[in-house]
Each structure stands twice: as structure tokens, then as C-alpha cells.
Design a protein around this ligand. Structure first.
Ligand SMILES: O=c1ccn([C@@H]2O[C@H](COP(=O)(O)OP(=O)(O)O[C@H]3O[C@H](CO)[C@@H](O)[C@H](O)[C@H]3O)[C@@H](O)[C@H]2O)c(=O)[nH]1
Ligand SMILES: [Mn+2]
Length: 749
């Protein structure tokens, strides 16, 4: 290694910093004026007030909540940075540290086995010394199909890995490679390459067919048995995948990374803590076999799209200046199935394109579930690494296994050589470590390993790490290092968002509340970012319900809530509105988005707030009150081509649960009723133009809501296809609207 050349560079986005900070100052001045305007009304003498106090107070509260959310969000814009790495400057392969890859899968009926195995194969094909790469597949479904798939994947990888290495193939995921444009073969055009290519493609086809057939049979059987009880009640199964039975292969033995299948023990009497539980089992099992100092975590729906990510991450983990305080290197979640319009924001654009760069300039991005290279030792409680700690204390924390405690030593290398006697002993020990009762009376999930407290194990684990003083780094290179499958229909997306909102609010209203748990250990800006996300559901759902109903009910009843157009105060509101819209437009344009993206994002923000974020918040409150149990249903990864087509065309698919549709239809109806009712009222009852001027703000707001959500109106009235809003839902919403309109009018006065 040439010590004079850096392994990485950090670029500060100076232009964005100027824009962000000036915007933050201007916008806060406008908010201060708004607050002054609202408060001064409350100090007027009651007899001078022409407007009832309750609606005024309500709308003011919602404005304050939105302003608070806005304020917290400004922390992301404080110091955005991006990074470049130079993996070619890393030292020789012999000194690179080993890596364990953890891949989680849970349900073969929702997670197609071929896709899961593509993730496994792509991880095995990472550009890293083979003897230093170990892949662990956790199967929470405890399914034979997954085990069989893993064996088939291993067999196929025996041809695939040498092929990729010989020809420098970048797309290390075979499915993506064979269905892609076919231009990824370095400089090789020779006939030898072509012949080889054909051979491998054929092998891949065979692999694909076998796995698909097995899964088909499995799903039939599972359906017949009504439910896969096996997934909830079975002993631990750990298998080192290795199949030299094929004589032909034995002759030309290829060096392969270790592949281990792990299905932890499940018993109905034990809570299994979802993905965090699975990852903690992998942490222990892998300690018996490879105990690598670094871990790459992947979801089964996220394959490696470029084999160089490991070396890129090592540019930081290997840097002696950064490494001691660096917990993880995070890559963005990028998806292969995103359409140009992306009407449901399936790519979570603002998170990975903007906010994470902002966090990176503070002390690093949040842990994002998948695509991160994590230092194993960061997950141990700090005391475990202290000298002279006694064994009993370690056992209270990590559980009774002596072997595992030995593995906590930084330099401990297990003597796992497959098929030796000591390894069968280690394999037995690994089964004990994967048993459902192993964690009883230990601090797994509370102090060590991935956190159990809520379904968002990633957010919370990252938060706890940052709070302990660890840092993280965000790498977002031009070629996506990982590509995943995102949910691309309204129903799945809504379910996913509800789960996420529930997890966030659970943290917000717990002892982990970032505003209490963060401040002493995190910087102010970092605390603000953690709080922004945790409070996002609450701070969006309450105000958005408010803005969707209260000004409208007031319009209908002739109560003005905003200043007259001729009043200078009107410009405060106008400024805030225009400045928010322009800032988001700026952020979208500089990150390669289009005006259409901007329109879609505002719409989905409104829709999400009154559905998923509201239900998620409610769910978290019920959980807190002990009235519900936590659940983490894996998202559906089976593509429905008809639904996907609609998504690609940018047409809303309203085949979703009524609970997600009714609020939308209700709000639209209330808005239409108020505009119509309000306008008629002004025309009939008032003869001078004053009333018009007073109501412009509210008429405009309703109008804005209606045009932004025109897709809902279309789904309700104009479209007649299968994916439009069912008339039963429209009728139900009409009932709700009537109730809201009549109740609202009587309450507000
Ligand atoms: O009991 C479970 C449930 C899920 N999973 C796995 O967890 C992963 C994520 O689940 P998925 O259904 O894909 O949920 P998403 O909403 O897409 O996941 C997002 O949200 C999760 C919770 O915050 C993060 O862990 C993920 O990385 C992030 O992509 C998948 O590989 C699942 O197989 C398990 O292993 N066991
Ligand atoms: Mn997923």
C-alpha cells in the first residue's frame, strides 16, 4: 500500500450548504411571523373576535406541529457530503480481514426461492479472497425448499464464481446477468467466452427450473396443510452446504466460499423477535465457524449488483485513523423495479438520495436494515472487551456457551475444518446457540446484538450504536452496489409503511425517545435527525388530518382562518407555501428527479399521512397499552404482472384494503362538499366582496388538495376498471363525510 495516497475522499456539498442554510433562515423567519400572527389573535379581547377560538387554536396547533417537523428536518441539510473510495490502493489480499455475509429469509411463499438464491450466489461471487468470505443463510421459514435451493445454489456457484472471476463479470447476480442487456463481459468477445457463456446459461436454466419446480410443489403442499406450522415449531437445523457427490465435479475442485444454512429453533412458547432474532442467531452460529470481524447484512430481496462493495467498504474499515470508531459502512437501498413515475415512492428517494448524505456529514447515516458492512465487535456491549472481566458476568450477558465466550476475543479463529471431529463438536455447539431458549436471562437484544425493542431493528440498533459513540459512513457510488425488489402496489406499500410507522412511533413514545435518550451523547444535529424520523408519523398524520378537514369545515360555515388577500399577513402564508414547494423541487432536481417526481411525492406524502402513518401511530399506541402484539409480516416479493403494469404506467392501483381507501375518499368528498357549499354560501349570503377575500386561503387549500389528489377522484368517479375504488368504499366514505360535515359544523362553533 502506498501510504501517501488516501484510501478515500470526502466531498463537502458547499453549494447545497449555502442553499440549505439560507433557506432555513428565511423560512424560520416566516414561521416566526406566522406564530406572531396566530398568537396576537389570542390576545385580542374576546368581544372583538369575529372568529371562534377553537378552530383557530386547532389550526395553530397543526401549524406548530408541522413547523416542528420542518425544524427537525433542517438538520439533514446542515452539512451534506459524499464520498469516493480507491479500493485499488488497499493492501494485498493476505492482510484483508475476513467477512461473514448474513442473508435472512422468512417465507418461501412470499419470497421466491430463486430470488433468494440469487442473493446468495451474488454474495458468494463478491470480489474478495474466497477463504475470507463466508455466507450464512438464515431461514425463518424452516423450509425444505430453501435448504434444497441452497444446495442447488452452491452447485451452480461452482461454475458461476470461476466464470465471473475469469471474465471480470460485474453483474454477479446470475438472474440479472442473464436477463440483462448482455453487455457485461469485459473485453472478452472470443469464441471461448461465448462457448463458456452458453454453458453457464444452460446450467443456470437447469438450476432455475429445479428450484422453481420444488417451490411449486412445496407451495401446493403447504396450501393443502392450511398453514406451514413447521415455520413456527421446529428444532434448529444447521447445514454446511457442500456437495461433492457429483463425481464429475470432484475432479476439478474449485475453491468456494463457505455456505451455511441456518434455521434457528422455533417454539410457539418463545418469542422469536423477527429479523433481529434471526440476525443474533447468525452472530452466534457464525462465531463457531468463521468469526469474521466484519459482517455484511443482506435482505433476501437485495442482491449484490457489483462485486466490489466489500473492498469499497474496506477502504474505511481498513483505515487506521477511522476504523477504531467506525461501526458500519452503509450503502443505499436501491431497487431494480422502479418505474420512471414511481407513484408510491417505492425507492424512498429522499432518504437515500438526500437525508443520508446529510447524516454522513454529521456522524454517519442510520443503519438501514440491509447493505451494510458492520464491525462485529461494535455489537458487543463495551464492557465485554474490557480486560479482566469475569466469566460469570460474560455469561450473564452472552449466555452459557463457553465456546461462544471464547469467540468474543478479537483474534479468536475457530478451528472449523469441515468433516473433522472438532468441527462436528462446533456444529453441535452452534445448534445450542441457535436454540430458542439460549437467550433466556441474557442481554441479547437489549444490550448486545441487534435490538429487539421494536420491529425496526435497524433504526434502533443504529441509534444505540451512535449513542455509544460509534460512527458510520455512507457510500453511494454511481453504480448501485446492491439492487433490491421494492413493493410496487398500493396495498403492499401501505402495509409496509404502516409497519414502519408503528416501529418509529414505538421508539418515539418509549424510553428510547431520541429527544430524551439522545441529547447527552449525540450532537444536537444528530439528535434532531433521529427525532425527525421517530416523530415523522405523529408529526405528519395529525396536522394533515387537520389541514384536510378543519379549514374546509370552516369554509363551509363561513369562518375565515387565514388573513384576507389584501392583508400583508397573507404573504406570510404564501411565502411558507411557495418556499416549501421550491425547496423540495430544488432537492429533486439536483438529484436527477423530474417535475413529475415532485408532484408525485407531495401526493404520496398526503396520502401516506392520512392512512399508513395514522394507522401506524395508532398501532404503536395500542402496543404500548398492551392491547396488541407486535408483528412483522414479510412483504410480498412475488410480482403480480398486472399490478406491476399499472405501476409502470403511473396509474394508481386501488385494489387495497378498505382501511387504506376510505380515508382518501372521505377527505376528497369533504373537500368537494366544502368548496361547493362554501362558494354557494358566499354567493347567496354575502353581497359585498369581503367574504370572498377572507376565504381565498381556504378555497385555495381545498383546491390544492383536490388537484394534487386528482388520482383519487379519478379512481372514485371516472375509472371503471378493476383497480378503481369500489363503489362500496365510496358509499361508506359518503356516510363518513356526512358525519364529519354535520358533527364538525356543530363542534367548531
Ligand atoms: O421474522 C422475520 C421477518 C422478516 N425476516 C427477513 O427480514 C428481511 C426484511 O423483510 P421485508 O419483508 O423485505 O421487509 P422490508 O419492509 O422490505 O424491510 C425493510 O424494513 C426492515 C425493518 O426495518 C429492515 O430490516 C429491512 O432491511 C428493510 O429493507 C427479509 O429478508 C425477511 O426475510 C426474517 O428473517 N424474519
Ligand atoms: Mn424488503
Amino acid at each position: 500500500m502506498d501510504k501517501t495516497l488516501p484510501l478515500h475522499l470526502c466531498h463537502v456539498h458547499n453549494f447545497s450548504i449555502i442553499i440549505n442554510r439560507s433557506y432555513a433562515i428565511l423560512h424560520s423567519i416566516a414561521i416566526a411571523f406566522l406564530i406572531y400572527y396566530r398568537v396576537s389573535f389570542l390576545f385580542q379581547e374576546t368581544k372583538n373576535r369575529t372568529i371562534p377560538t377553537l378552530p383557530w387554536l386547532l389550526i395553530f396547533t397543526f401549524e406548530l406541529l408541522l413547523s416542528l417537523a420542518w425544524l427537525l428536518r433542517q438538520a439533514y441539510g446542515w452539512r451534506p457530503v459524499s464520498r469516493t473510495v480507491f479500493p485499488e490502493r488497499l493492501p494485498g489480499d493476505d492482510i484483508l480481514p475476513a467477512i461473514d455475509v448474513f442473508i435472512c429469509t422468512a417465507d418461501p411463499s412470499k419470497e421466491p426461492t430463486v430470488e433468494v438464491m440469487n442473493t446468495v450466489i451474488s454474495a458468494m461471487a463478491l470480489d474478495y479472497p474466497l477463504e475470507k468470505l463466508h455466507v450464512y443463510l438464515s431461514d425463518d421459514g424452516g423450509s425444505d425448499v430453501t435448504l434444497l435451493g441452497a444446495k442447488e445454489a452452491w452447485n451452480f456457484a461452482r461454475s458461476w464464481i470461476p466464470f465471473c472471476r475469469r471474465y471480470g463479470i460485474k453483474t454477479s447476480c446470475p438472474e440479472a446477468y442473464f436477463s440483462g442487456p448482455g453487455d457485461d463481459h469485459g473485453d472478452f468477445q472470443c469464441s471461448e467466452f461465448k462457448a463458456e457463456w452458453r454453458k453457464i446459461e444452460k446450467k443456470y436454466e437447469t438450476f432455475r427450473e429445479r428450484v422453481t419446480r420444488a417451490r411449486g410443489e412445496h407451495c401446493k403442499v403447504a396450501e393443502a396443510a392450511a398453514a406451514t406450522t413447521n415455520s413456527r415449531d421446529h428444532p434448529a437445523v444447521i447445514k454446511v452446504i457442500q456437495d461433492y457427490s457429483n463425481e464429475e465435479l470432484q475432479e476439478d475442485q474449485v475453491e468456494m466460499p463457505l455456505l451455511v444454512y441456518v434455521s434457528r429453533e422455533k417454539r410457539p412458547s418463545h418469542h422469536h423477535n423477527f429479523k433481529a432474532g434471526a440476525l443474533n442467531v447468525l452472530l452466534r452460529v457464525s462465531a463457531m465457524m468463521s468469526n469474521s470481524p466484519y459482517i455484511l447484512v443482506l435482505d433476501c430481496d437485495m442482491y449484490c449488483n457489483d462485486p466490489t462493495s466489500a473492498r469499497q467498504a474496506m477502504c474505511y474499515h481498513f483505515d487506521p485513523e477511522i476504523s477504531p470508531s467506525l461501526a458500519f459502512v452503509q450503502f443505499p437501498q436501491t431497487f431494480r423495479n422502479i418505474s420512471e413515475d414511481d407513484i408510491y415512492d417505492s425507492q424512498i428517494r429522499s432518504l437515500f438520495k438526500i437525508h443520508w448524505h446529510g447524516l454522513d456529514g454529521l456522524r454517519g447515516p442510520f443503519l438501514s436494515g440491509t447493505n451494510f458492512y458492520l464491525k462485529r465487535a461494535a455489537l458487543w456491549d463495551s464492557f465485554s472487551t474490557q480486560e479482566g472481566i469475569d466469566l460469570a458476568a460474560l455469561k450473564r450477558s452472552f449466555g452459557p456457551s463457553n465456546e461462544f465466550i471464547k469467540a468474543l476475543g478479537q483474534d479468536y479463529k475457530p478451528t472449523f475444518i469441515n468433516d473433522g471431529e472438532s468441527s462436528s463438536m462446533l456444529l453441535e455447539e452452534a445448534k445450542v446457540l441457535a436454540s430458542s431458549s439460549y437467550e433466556n436471562q441474557t442481554t441479547w437484544g437489549t444490550k448486545v446484538g441487534f435490538m429487539y425493542f421494536c420491529v425496526l431493528e435497524d433504526y434502533l440498533t443504529g441509534f444505540v450504536l451512535h449513542r455509544k459513540g460509534w460512527k458510520s459512513v455512507y457510500l453511494n457510488p454511481p453504480r448501485p452496489q446492491f439492487l433490491g425488489t421494492s413493493t410496487t402496489n398500493f396495498n403492499d406499500r401501505s402495509i409496509q409503511w404502516t409497519r414502519c410507522a408503528s416501529g418509529l412511533v414505538e421508539v418515539a413514545i418509549s424510553r428510547f425517545c431520541p429527544l430524551i435518550y439522545g441529547p447527552l451523547r449525540l450532537s444536537l444535529l444528530q439528535t434532531m435527525c433521529y427525532a425527525e424520523l421517530a416523530f415523522l408519523p405523529l408529526l405528519s398524520c395529525l396536522p394533515l388530518w387537520g389541514f384536510a378537514l378543519i379549514p374546509q369545515l370552516c369554509l363551509l360555515n363561513g369562518i375565515p382562518l387565514y388573513p384576507e388577500v389584501s392583508d400583508p399577513n397573507f404573504s406570510i402564508f404564501l411565502f411558507i407555501f411557495v418556499s416549501s414547494l421550491s425547496k423540495s423541487l430544488y432537492e429533486i432536481l439536483i438529484t436527477g428527479g423530474r417535475i413529475r417526481t415532485w408532484k408525485n411525492e407531495w401526493r404520496i406524502w398526503m396520502i401516506k399521512a392520512v392512512t399508513c402513518l395514522s394507522y401506524g401511530s395508532l398501532d404503536a399506541v395500542l402496543l404500548k397499552l398492551g392491547m396488541r402484539e407486535a408483528s412483522f409480516l414479510p412483504t410480498n416479493k412475488v410480482t403480480d404482472y398486472e399490478q406491476f403494469k399499472l405501476y409502470e404506467m403511473g396509474v394508481f392501483d386501488f385494489r387495497a384494503a378498505t382501511m387504506f381507501l376510505a380515508p382518501l375518499a372521505t377527505i376528497i368528498q369533504v373537500n368537494v362538499a366544502s368548496i361547493v357549499g362554501g362558494v354557494v354560501r358566499i354567493m347567496v349570503m354575502e353581497d359585498n366582496g369581503d367574504q370572498w377575500k377572507k376565504m381565498v386561503g381556504q378555497i385555495f387549500l381545498s383546491f390544492y388538495i383536490l388537484i394534487t389528489n386528482y388520482a383519487v377522484i379519478e379512481g372514485m368517479i371516472i375509472r371503471k376498471d378493476k383497480a378503481s375504488i369500489p363503489s362500496s368504499v365510496t358509499l361508506l366514505s359518503a356516510v363518513f363525510s356526512v358525519i364529519i360535515l354535520s358533527l364538525g359544523s356543530s363542534i367548531l362553533y
